[in-house]
Design a protein around this ligand. Structure first.
Ligand code: ZN
Length: 358
């Protein structure tokens, strides 16, 4: 029997089994970047490794990374999260034994997919906490045939230095809160799909993802201070949701209608807003469709300083309406509340207006 990596490829048929792939180890705390050499030793031995990183990141932590590793690494600057950069990282990796992705989003996504294709271990070293790709088995890349994340493998190890992450711009951290709170509607969509289509539903991984969403809902004022303690809580929440996806064997507990809305905006307005910001705004509206407390989602996002109105991220009313009416078409295999409700332009406008998004 061949194991299908992406169980979501045929989600309406529950084969009765699925594969769980999880990170092996996580090192989290202040100043832990100095331990990077020991952390990757199992895979790297004493040899050279490839470090995929963004340009800002390279200047921010380059010295710390080089000091921590026993041999100078091969640096590959990742300019965009696309297949060209994946090929560049793969080319540089040559005969090395592992890839380390150091950065916010792009370098982790690119490094993760390059390592997956080369069948070598990947280590994630996030320098911000703007989405759950830091721990999940998924990579989000542009220029593929579909505008949503593809299944790879989770990082073998995640090293999260709270000193480094807490110094990231607050906007990135607030975006991370948006990606966390989105699990609320993602799980609702998953439950709905299970009822309607018979798709596999995992109560345990759903609960785990919901726990992270509730961290934002219950503790938004504390989290929004983004002091080191709350940044640690945010990072642990994001790691945990990535693990929830690993346990589910699909992105279901982490990505529902609010993510489809966000992905549609990625296509309409690629430069507007961060992933977690768009998902947060989507969650407000999808919560209303699911008849759960959307006002609580909105005020939690406000408390952490995340946008709640489309205009705050430079997205116009007509784009919101188009995304609401068409988001379900970009991934027809993923049954969500948008498949059930099939919004018209009028009902979409009403939804967006009544929740204050437009
Ligand atoms: Zn996400």
């Amino acid at each position: 029997m061949a194991l299908n990596h992406d169980q979501s490829a045929s989600p309406h048929v529950d084969p009765g089994y699925h594969l769980m792939e999880l990170p092996t180890k996580v090192l989290i705390g202040e100043g832990v970047i100095s331990m990077l050499g020991d952390f990757v030793k199992d895979s790297a031995g004493g040899g050279r490794v490839v470090v995929a990183s963004g340009s800002n990141v390279a200047s921010k932590v380059r010295r710390a990374v080089e000091t921590a590793l026993s041999q100078e690494p091969i640096w590959v600057e990742v300019a965009a999260a696309d297949i060209v950069n994946v090929d560049r990282v793969m080319g540089a990796a040559g005969s090395t034994t592992c890839i380390i992705g150091v950065g916010g989003g792009k370098s982790v996504d690119v490094g993760k997919l390059a390592a997956f294709k080369l069948h070598i271990p990947f280590y994630s070293v996030p320098t911000s906490a703007s989405h759950d790709g830091i721990s999940s088995p998924f990579a989000s890349l542009r220029g593929l045939d579909r505008p949503y994340s593809i299944m790879a493998k989770p990082p073998v190890g995640i090293l999260a230095d709270i000193d480094v992450i807490a110094s990231a711009p607050r906007r990135l951290l607030a975006s991370g809160c948006g990606d966390l709170v989105s699990k609320l509607t993602a799980v609702k969509d998953w439950e709905l799909a299970h009822r309607v289509t018979g798709e596999y539903y995992g109560g345990y991984s759903a609960s785990l993802a919901l726990m992270s969403a509730n961290t934002v809902l219950d503790r938004s004022r504390i989290l929004g201070s983004f002091d080191k303690e709350s940044v640690r809580e945010l990072v642990e929440g994001l790691i945990s949701t990535g693990v929830a996806a690993g346990i589910a064997g699909s992105s279901r507990p982490c990505s529902g209608s609010e993510h489809l809305f966000s992905h549609y905006l990625d296509v309409l307005a690629p430069e507007s807003g961060l992933h977690g910001e768009k998902c947060g705004i989507g969650t407000i509206m999808m919560a209303k469709l699911h008849r759960i407390d959307w006002r609580r989602v909105r005020s939690a996002l406000k408390n952490v300083g995340a946008p709640v109105e489309a205009s705050e991220i430079g997205v116009g009313d007509s784009m919101v309406i188009e995304a609401l009416t068409k988001a379900s078409t970009i991934r027809p295999d993923r049954y969500t509340i948008l498949s059930k409700r099939k919004l018209t332009r009028e009902s979409a406008a009403l939804l967006a207006k009544s929740t204050g998004v437009i």
